[in-house]
Write a protein that binds this ligand. Structure first.
Ligand SMILES: [Zn+2]
Ligand SMILES: [Zn+2]
Length: 456
């Protein structure tokens, strides 16, 4: 399969991907994205008030087309096995016990969660190919007999063993089958993993990451917008991936009317790129509770990964090679897709994809599938940004430094933004709510964004 091919879909250019019409936009798709955004708006009172390495596929040497295909998943999903989820309105699992049947009282009845197999069912029903069940500081979901039975019954679905480590910034230990310390995996340790990290200095965290990588895992910084990890380590510990997009729709941003400050996370992520580090963008729904699942379910957002094989190793390798893009919604809700590619030598073959390296003289192409009508493409390089109205097009070709696109010497990445009336909002709301609200200046809806193509 070729670079732009989605499992089960047509290959690029076989039908319509570059034709001058918006392809595949169904009423259901548009409604799904808009409904999600409307849900966010409804849940945001302030808005209502304002009315408004796998080195084999990176092609650094050969000009071969990458071999593989895109698969969809969620890298951040919680179950009942956490300190902040309950099993029933009165009971919760006891995170100090390795026994999955150990119970303590539930502090907050609205925090009832889902069993691991309910999560797996949800992921499958939403059209995902993989999911990481990332409970806080433990891996007990992995030995749940129901999980083992489910995975055996669904051999083509990839279960990613993992946990979310809190120390106090949250990091995702993707691929972990036990707790990790500064010296690597601690076989048999399955709870209170955060307490196994004795050295919480930058050197200690880097060692934690290296131990995970040595076992084929992926080290990810989660939701940096909470400020904990950035305050402790800045950009000194380089992860494989950053969860730039955390929790449901990417809409209103800090400070008001905020839901989640992904804009901060994206700016923080870009600093890695500017200092020359290769790091991938990912997303995670971070879904915890039954009460919030309707606006933050599994696959909201969805991370797409380019893989050679739909296996655990394939997904982890794709992440380590930075071949990712993130979409607002899962495949079953027709989440928009965004493919960034580069042709290093002008021969017409776009052999580089998100996460690959290319040359300084490359031509780039962005292709969309399922974008909302009137979407705006934002091209970001190490020297600036440019916004291109897509109109009815689903493909856009450009060269950095030409035609208003900023020059690039380090990276090029792309964002797909929903038409959101920014100009009208700015003119309409400034007299009412003034400059203190981001409503007047921010993007309200990210449809998708890609990891960069790096310039080698
Ligand atoms: Zn977290
Ligand atoms: Zn989480």
């Amino acid at each position: 399969m070729w670079a732009g091919q989605v499992r089960g879909a047509l290959p690029p250019n076989s039908r319509g991907m570059t034709a001058p019409t918006v392809r595949g936009l169904t009423a259901a798709r548009g409604k799904a994205l808009l409904a999600t955004l409307a849900l966010t708006a409804a849940a945001t009172p302030a808005l209502a008030a304002a009315r408004g390495s796998d080195a084999h596929i990176t092609n650094t040497q050969a000009h071969k087309m990458p071999v593989g295909f895109w698969v969809a998943g969620d890298l951040h999903v919680h179950t009942i096995y956490g300190h902040d989820t309950c099993t029933t309105p009165t009971e919760a699992w006891d995170p100090a016990s390795t026994d999955r049947n150990a119970r303590r009282s539930c502090a907050d009845p609205y925090t009832v969660g889902f069993t691991p197999t309910q999560r797996l069912d949800e992921a499958e029903q939403r059209g995902l190919d993989f999911v990481a069940l990332t409970d806080h500081n433990n891996v007990v979901n992995q030995t749940d007999p129901d999980v083992i039975a489910w995975t055996q019954e669904h051999p083509s679905f990839v279960f990613v063993p993992a946990y979310e480590n809190s120390q106090p910034g949250h990091v995702q230990m993707l691929g972990a089958r036990s707790c990790y310390g500064n010296d690597g995996a601690i076989v048999g340790a399955v709870i209170e993993c955060d307490q196994k990290v004795a050295d919480k200095s930058a050197a200690g965290e880097a060692a934690l990451a290296d131990g995970l990588r040595a076992d084929g895992g992926v080290f990810q910084v989660n939701h940096p917008s909470d400020g904990n990890w950035p305050a402790a380590f800045g950009h000194t510990v380089v992860p494989d991936t950053v969860e730039v997009w955390n929790i449901g729709p990417w809409a209103f941003q800090h400070p008001f009317p905020a839901s989640n400050d992904n804009d901060f996370s994206l700016r923080w992520y870009d600093e890695f790129l500017r200092q020359g580090d290769h790091v991938a963008i990912t997303g995670g729904s971070d879904t915890h509770w039954v009460t919030t699942d309707s606006g933050q379910g599994v696959g909201e957002p969805t991370t797409w990964v380019f893989v050679r094989q739909l296996t655990l190793q394939g997904v982890l390798r794709g992440l380590r090679a930075h071949h990712t893009f993130v979409s607002a919604l899962p495949p079953a809700l027709s989440g928009p897709r965004l493919f960034l590619e580069a042709d290093r030598n002008g021969d017409g073959a776009f052999e580089a994809i998100a996460g690959s390296e290319t040359s300084t003289h490359a031509t780039y192409r962005v292709r969309t599938a399922g974008a909302l009508p009137g979407s705006v493409l934002r091209i970001v390089t190490d020297s600036g940004t440019a916004e291109v109205p897509l109109g009815v097009e689903s493909s856009y070709t450009f060269r950095p430094g030409v035609g208003g696109i900023p020059a690039a010497t380090m990276f090029v990445r792309a964002e797909l933004l929903a038409p959101d009336g920014k100009t009208q909002r700015r003119s309409g709301c400034d007299p009412v709510v003034g400059a203190q609200t981001t409503l007047c200046r921010n993007d309200l809806a990210m449809e998708a964004l890609t990891s960069p193509v790096f310039i080698g």
